[in-house]
Design a protein around this ligand. Structure first.
Ligand code: HPA
Length: 244
C-alpha cells in the first residue's frame, strides 16, 4: 500500500513529515496543482500534494482534479486521504471539529469530472453508491479511536462550486437534502479516484458554521483561526494513521 495525502486549505505542508524528495509531473490532462512531495511519517512513506498549490493560489473550481489524481496513480499511490476545510451544517459540526464523511452530494458544475470523456469505445459507469473506501475509512476511524481524537464517523458532504460561500437558503436546502458538511473540493476528486480504482477517503475539518447556522457574517479571519486548531488535529490523526 502506498498512501497519499491531498492537503486542502490550511494544510499546504505537514509538520513532522520528513521530506525525502519532490517531483513535478505532466499528465495527459495537464499539470497537477503542485510538485508531489515524498516523505516519511513514523518511518512510513507517503506522497503529499497541496490541492490548491504551494503557495495556496488555485481556487476550488480551477483545480485540475484529473491531473492531480492521475499523477498520484502514476507515482504508485494506492490509497488517498483527502483533507478538506468545510463549513459545518449539522448540529455537531462546530468549528474545529473533524468528520469522516461516508456520503457526498455534488452541487458543483462545469468541472472536468471524468477520465472517461474521450474514449467512447468504453462507456464506463463506475459504481459510486458508497463514494468513499470502506477499508480506508475504517483505518481512519481506528486511528482516531487509538489516539483519542474525537471525530464524527458518519456524515454527508455537500460539494458546492465556490469560490463564494453559500447563501442562507442554499444551506437550508442542503440541510434538507441531508448534508452535514459543505465544502468546495470533494468532487470530482472522489469520483476520479474511484474511476482509477484508488482507495479514497476524506478527513473534513470544520472551519466555520455554514451560512445562517449562527448569526453573522463568515470571515476569512475566523476560518483561518479555526483551521489552525482543526488542521493540527488532522495532522495528529494522520500521524496516528501512519502507525497502523
Ligand atoms: N462553505 C463551503 N466551503 C467551505 C466553507 C463553507 O462555509 N468553509 C470552508 N470551506
Amino acid at each position: 500500500m502506498t498512501l497519499a495525502i491531498i492537503g486542502g486549505t490550511g494544510l499546504t505542508q505537514i509538520s513532522g513529515l520528513r521530506i525525502t524528495g519532490q517531483q513535478s509531473l505532466e499528465t495527459p490532462f495537464g499539470a497537477p496543482s503542485a510538485d508531489y512531495v515524498f516523505g516519511e511519517i513514523n518511518g512510513k512513506q507517503l506522497i503529499f500534494l497541496a490541492r490548491h498549490g504551494n503557495p495556496h493560489r488555485i481556487p476550488p473550481h480551477k483545480i485540475n482534479y484529473r491531473a492531480n489524481i492521475w499523477g498520484l496513480r502514476e507515482l504508485g499511490a494506492t490509497d488517498i486521504i483527502a483533507v478538506a476545510a468545510v463549513g459545518g451544517i449539522g448540529p455537531l459540526m462546530a468549528p474545529g471539529h473533524i468528520a469522516i464523511p461516508d456520503q457526498i452530494i455534488d452541487y458543483s458544475y462545469g468541472r472536468e469530472h471524468t477520465f472517461f470523456a474521450d474514449d467512447l469505445q468504453h462507456v464506463t459507469h463506475i459504481d459510486f453508491s458508497e463514494p468513499y473506501s470502506a477499508t480506508l475509512r475504517k483505518r481512519i476511524l481506528q486511528a482516531a479511536h487509538n489516539s483519542g481524537i474525537a471525530i464524527t464517523e458518519v456524515a454527508t458532504y455537500g460539494c458546492t462550486q465556490g469560490p463564494r460561500l453559500e447563501t442562507i437558503m442554499e444551506i437550508k436546502r442542503m440541510a434538507q437534502d441531508g448534508c452535514d458538511l459543505v465544502g468546495m473540493t470533494g468532487m470530482p476528486e472522489a469520483a476520479l479516484a474511484r474511476e482509477l480504482d484508488l482507495n479514497y477517503a476524506n478527513i473534513s475539518v470544520v472551519a466555520n458554521w455554514a451560512a445562517g447556522i449562527v448569526a453573522g457574517e463568515i470571515t476569512m479571519a475566523e476560518i483561518e483561526k479555526n483551521l489552525q486548531v482543526g488542521m493540527a488535529k488532522a495532522v495528529d490523526l494522520l500521524k496516528a494513521i501512519s502507525l497502523l
